[in-house]
Design a protein around this ligand. Structure first.
Ligand code: ATP
Ligand code: MG
Length: 406
């Protein structure tokens, strides 16, 4: 008689497993994140054992829903839906019989679904109290499957189905899928960053990459209403909404930059327009970052992409920030940035053709080799205190709650 196996999801903690003395901390954080994304399903349980996380869910939670949620948690290397058999009170021989019966039942279902004609068994024995060695386990279970499912044959090199049997701390696990997650580090293990979120392709990818390293994300968006439209703002909120799938709750601070742009247009050389505006973005973002306890700014800047992203322009922009600015895309090729945008689901929204505040006062011939002293001289003509006051007075904040799907 086969004992009823329990359904579990085995979650492997990617890089978090390599963190030496910090390992328990990262695992705890990952466990917390997993519990949080599963909370509203009701009745799910997650526990940490032997460097793995085991998730149990009631029948009402579909496999797809659970895998999607857990698969979006940074720090998850992979997930395997599995059967768990309690073999604590069994002799080795009895345990092997039980696992054999379960393996045959599993492979019968696989054969009936038509998804495999060939298989192999991979055995792992973390529990050395179990005296039978892995190669022997694999061959015994493999033999039972061959006898129990006559339509299947063994192919050790390119099997349609690799059935894993893991023996650990009094339990045996059976699974045939190892579904990749995003890896990275659990959210909240590496501070909080304020992303300058435009409606473009780059900045959402930049936010994603920093969150992937464990950074919580807050966002600031600059608009030039009424030159920029409500639809452009909706688009930015949509992008933020997609990011919440990975980054959980995101607050977007919306700031009207028009008074800044108008005064720069009135008082400064037109070729410096973009750079001066970008410096103001940095100055304002820094204040918001300090108010919201962000350790650093994040932008989607990419070396050489446009006039304001030459090496010289970035130096001049950076000078205005007064706090560390992360530019995770700095050395990436645009095609790779676009690929990432497609993978994370922001691309289609990013390419919607709504105006950005930077395009409103776009100079014909922007300077590509600015000198800091020239820019500072122009900036001295502006009423910085008043412009920043006006910008901050226009601030509106929206909070985007975590969304489930893209
Ligand atoms: P993106 O695709 O992110 O819009 P881009 O190639 O259009 O980037 P720029 O417009 O020069 O480049 O902007 C560079 C970076 O400055 C953006 O990635 C973003 O971080 C920030 N930025 C630009 N415009 C805005 C805006 N309206 N609000 C907030 N941040 C902005
Ligand atoms: Mg842009």
């Amino acid at each position: 008689m086969i004992k009823d196996p329990e359904k579990v999801y085995i979650v492997r903690c990617g890089e978090t497993a390599l963190k030496g003395q910090n390992k328990p901390y990262f695992e705890r954080m990952l466990l917390q994140r997993i519990r949080r994304v599963l909370k509203d399903f009701g009745g799910c349980q997650a526990e940490r054992l032997d460097g793995l996380i085991f998730v149990r869910a009631p029948e009402t939670v579909s496999r797809e829903d659970l895998l999607r949620r857990v698969g979006h948690v940074f720090g998850v290397d992979s997930v395997s839906p599995a059967w768990e058999l309690n073999i604590q009170d069994l002799t080795d021989q009895e345990a092997l019989d039980q696992v054999g019966l379960a393996a045959v039942a599993w492979m019968k279902a696989v054969a009936e679904s038509g998804s495999a004609k060939t298989f192999k068994v991979e055995a792992k024995r973390a529990d050395k109290r179990f005296s039978i060695q892995s190669p022997q386990i694999a061959s015994i279970i493999g033999g039972k499957i061959l006898r129990g499912c006559k339509v299947l044959t063994v192919d050790v090199h390119h099997p349609d189905c690799a059935l894993h049997t893991d023996f650990r701390r009094g339990f045996a696990y059976i699974y045939d899928e190892v579904i990749s997650g995003y890896g990275g580090l659990p959210l909240g293990t590496n501070g909080k960053g304020l992303v300058l979120l435009s409606g473009g392709i780059d900045s959402p990818v930049a936010a994603f990459l920093m969150a992937h390293r464990g950074m919580l994300i807050e966002a600031v968006h600059f608009h030039s209403f009424p030159y920029t439209s409500q639809r452009a703002w909706e688009k930015v909120k949509d992008l933020g909404g997609i990011l919440t799938v990975y980054c959980e709750r995101i607050r977007i601070h919306s700031i009207n930059l028009l008074p800044v742009q108008e005064q720069i247009a009135e008082k400064c050389p037109p070729e410096q327009m973009t750079l001066l505006v970008r410096r103001y973005m940095m100055k304002i973002a820094r204040i918001i970052a300090e108010q919201t306890e962000c350790n650093m700014l994040i932008t989607g800047e990419n070396l050489g992409q446009v006039a304001s992203q030459t090496a010289e322009a970035i130096v001049v922009t950076d000078h205005a920030a007064g706090m560390p600015v992360m530019r995770p895309l700095i050395a990436m090729d645009k095609v790779d940035i676009m690929d990432t945008a497609r993978q994370i689901g922001t691309y289609e929204t990013s390419i919607l053709p709504y105006e950005d505040c930077c395009t409103v006062f776009l100079p014909k011939h922007p300077t590509t080799r600015p000198r800091l002293q020239d820019i500072l001289a122009s900036e001295a003509l502006l009423d910085e205190t008043e412009l920043i006051r006006l910008a901050l007075a226009s601030e509106e904040i929206v909070t985007l709650q975590p969304r489930d799907e893209l």
